[in-house]
Design a protein around this ligand. Structure first.
Ligand code: URA
Length: 435
């Protein structure tokens, strides 16, 4: 295929036809277009955009680049999922998926790896000893049918186009594009054969959409296309100026997710988990309204059933439960831990999620190139949260690193993430809008 005219067309701002976009995806997945040409194409899309017909065509071509899941229809449990546009410390999917299974849903969650400074569910799950996320369509459906939940990634025969493009966008600075994010997310979600979807769309300095208005546009792009494709979808607009919870880094986030499942996780994480679950209960008519739905989700979480479902999920995906239990008992699993303390008294009014995300990535928790190898146990935990009062010498966060030198560099950086005020400032709402 001569791909050059299509790159030129997009560079010059001309629209491509569905057939052309389908041809691009088919040829790329077949290895007939080199990465450097696709990179140029992605950059042209980044600057020129795609109109709604092109976005739809790209999404469907990516979905159909592999197998689409087929669930038995004679099962009363709705097939649902949640997806986030990416944040720092954003571990909502981990406790949410087993909770949803316990609420009577089927959850065939297909997630991604870390992108830029934002973490990815697959990288987090793979920090669990023995666990595999390479499930394939039959196993995803079989496991979802039998235990209500499966958590996997794109494979060579399931949305392979997104597997390839996702990794390439990450290292070519082409992630923050509304049509590319829409196509990436919905190619996965439409391949799951969902009845309902809840989107967690982040905005702020650590998100791909810096402003609330841009996040609203992204949410609208995703919600409208998903509904057009038959999936009952809603979106929450979520402030990503501070990390969610107190931990950022793959294994550290798994630990915090388990705390959430055990009822002693951070409040902001629990709020997001409950809001997503409640929304899906309402979207699928399993609950008459959000007030009842929130209570149903809270009661289910408190029952301990989702925590047991988590263990069941781990075993189903090959994890070594004894090794997981031993690992979770340890205070830290990275070779070095360094406390970073406050040099002043005051109320924290900012913990900059962008800086935290960069620290985690630079410690080895994220990728710089397509072949970067992730360090699963590095990151930051025990983070002080906006609104909290701290005294000089109080811990602002702990760095988990491979070497002392890296820990010290990260520790110096961590201090710059915090800003203090003499008095508490009004708390920023976490969920600012819904669609
Ligand atoms: N999540 C995805 O799956 N894709 C994106 O492009 C961004 C977030």
């Amino acid at each position: 295929m001569n791909f050059l005219p299509l790159i030129e067309a997009k560079r010059d701002g001309r629209a491509l036809t569905p057939a052309q976009l389908q041809e691009v995806i088919t040829a790329y997945v077949a290895g007939k277009i080199p990465d450097y040409q696709i990179s140029a194409f992605l950059m042209a899309v980044f600057f020129r955009g795609l109109d709604s017909a092109e976005t739809r065509a790209l999404t469907l071509a990516m979905r159909d680049s592999g197998e689409v899941l087929k669930f038995p229809r004679n099962d009363p449990r709705p097939v649902v999922d949640k997806h986030s546009t990416g944040g720092v410390g954003d571990k909502v999917s981990l406790p949410l998926a087993p909770l949803l299974a316990c609420l009577g849903f089927r959850v065939p969650m297909i997630s991604g790896r870390g992108l830029g400074i934002t973490g990815g569910t697959l990288d987090k799950l793979e920090s669990i000893p023995g666990l595999t996320t390479q499930l394939g369509p039959d196993r995803l459906v079989g496991q979802t049918q039998s235990i209500g939940v499966a958590m996997g990634g794109q494979t060579a025969n399931m949305i392979p186009a997104d597997k390839l493009l996702y990794a390439l966008r990450d290292v070519t600075a082409t992630v923050p594009s509304i049509p590319l994010i829409t196509a990436s997310i919905l190619s996965k979600k439409l391949a799951e054969g969902l009845d309902a979807l809840i989107m967690d769309v982040k905005f702020g300095p650590a998100a791909f959409m810096p402003t609330r208005d841009q996040a609203r546009n992204l949410a609208w792009s995703i919600v409208s296309l998903a509904i057009e494709c038959g999936v009952m979808t809603r979106a929450l607009l979520v402030d990503m100026s501070a990390p969610h919870g107190r931990a950022a880094g793959n294994w550290l986030e798994v630990k915090e997710s388990v705390q959430c499942l055990e009822g002693h996780g951070p409040a902001d994480l629990q709020t997001l988990v409950i809001e997503c679950a409640a929304s899906l209960l309402v979207q699928t008519d399993k609950s008459p309204g959000m007030i009842e739905a929130r209570q149903t989700a809270l009661d289910c979480l408190a029952s301990g059933a989702p925590r047991r479902k988590w263990d069941q999920l781990l075993v189903a995906q090959g994890a070594d439960l004894d090794a997981f239990r031993a690992k979770i008992q340890q205070d830290h699993t990275a070779p070095v831990v360094l406390e970073c303390v406050s040099g002043e008294d005051g109320f924290i009014h900012q913990c900059d999620a962008r800086i935290i995300g960069e620290i985690v990535r630079d410690l080895g928790g994220g990728r710089m190139t397509k072949t970067s190898v992730i360090q699963p146990d590095v990151g930051v935990d025990a983070l002080a949260k906006p609104g909290e009062e701290v005294r000089r010498g109080a811990v602002l966060g702990r760095i988990h690193a491979v070497t002392m030198e890296q820990a010290e560099t990260a520790g110096a950086r961590l201090k710059t993430a915090f800003a203090f005020a003499p008095r508490p400032l009004p708390a920023r709402p976490l969920i600012v809008d819904e669609l």
